[in-house]
Design a protein around this ligand. Structure first.
Ligand code: NAP
Length: 252
């Protein structure tokens, strides 16, 4: 028996990176997956490739800052797959290059809208369907920078990821009695498009590596397996918790 047999999942930001890897892993473990993203061509291609491999997957345009898109995404999962058991709030945007003194308010708002408000809107949209299903699992992708700060990453990004960490705990205790578990995952630096610019800048790359006791970036699959554990019934007594996948960054 596969680890997610019979489950229906929505993965936001699933067109590439950690979200794509998670969608592929979920489908391989028996879940029916709706990928929601703003990168439509990539998302369509990922869904088609999962289906070609024998999995169940659909793509839907879903801007996580849009209440209407969330309603439509949940409605499509229900119509197509008959329920909703898992939500992975993964979509996110990276750090702005500004220090606090130079950060435009619009840039702060955009980061908070996508990274923090998007998690709230997704959670709010999913809860009624999960209550109907008798419970569910919500996995919110924060960051190691939602736990500790570094001077060169934007305060908006770090604040947004800190918000995800505490929102997760707030949601977890509100819905624990209803069987909806809510946990956060905190990746360290991972090889995805989001970190490409840093990885291509030798000085910044080497400086980042000095902060990782394991001395390397992680791979998307190393995060996806943590998400899989929290999404599955294997973590049935885990809620309001945080799983750190950062090569030791926050242990120092
Ligand atoms: P990624 O490769 O950039 O993938 C993120 C996906 O989310 C992209 O397809 C992106 O599209 C999409 N997205 C952005 N804004 C969206 C919106 N409003 N609605 C729906 N989708 C949207 O990044 P990743 O590295 O896989 O990151 C996934 C999550 O892990 C993020 O929350 C990130 O903050 C977190 N994380 C990543 C790292 C890391 O080192 N990679 C470390 C810690 C935490 P666009 O191209 O349009 O932005």
């Amino acid at each position: 028996m596969a680890r997610l047999d019979g489950k229906v999942a929505i993965v936001s930001g699933g067109s590439r990176g950690i979200g794509e890897c998670t969608a592929r892993l979920f489908a391989a473990e028996g879940a029916s997956v709706l990928i929601g993203d703003v990168l439509d061509a990539l998302g369509d291609a990922v869904a088609a490739s999962i289906v070609a491999g024998g999995g169940r997957c659909i793509y839907q345009h879903l801007d996580v800052t849009s209440e209407a898109d969330w309603s439509a995404g949940v409605a499509r999962a229900l119509a197509q797959f008959g329920g909703l058991n898992i939500l992975v709030n993964n979509a996110g945007i990276g750090s702005s290059p500004h220090g606090i003194a130079d950060e435009p308010a619009e840039s702060w708002d955009r980061t908070m809208d996508v990274n923090a408000k998007g998690v709230f809107l997704g959670t709010r949209a999913a809860i009624p369907a999960m209550l109907d299903a008798g419970g569910g699992s919500i996995v919110n992708i924060s960051s190691q920078l939602g736990i500790v700060a570094v001077p060169y990453s934007g305060s908006a990004y770090q604040s947004s990821k800190g918000a995800v960490r505490l929102f997760t705990k707030s949601a977890a205790i509100q819905y624990a009695a209803d069987g909806i578990r809510v946990n956060s995952v905190h990746p360290g630096p991972i090889v995805t498009e989001m970190t490409r610019a840093v990885r291509e800048d030798t000085d910044r790359y080497q400086m980042t590596l000095t902060l990782v006791p394991m001395g390397r970036y992680g791979e998307p699959a190393e995060v996806a397996y943590a998400i899989l554990y929290l999404a599955s019934d294997e973590s049935s007594f885990v809620t309001g918790s945080e799983v750190v996948v950062d090569g030791g960054w926050t242990a120092q």
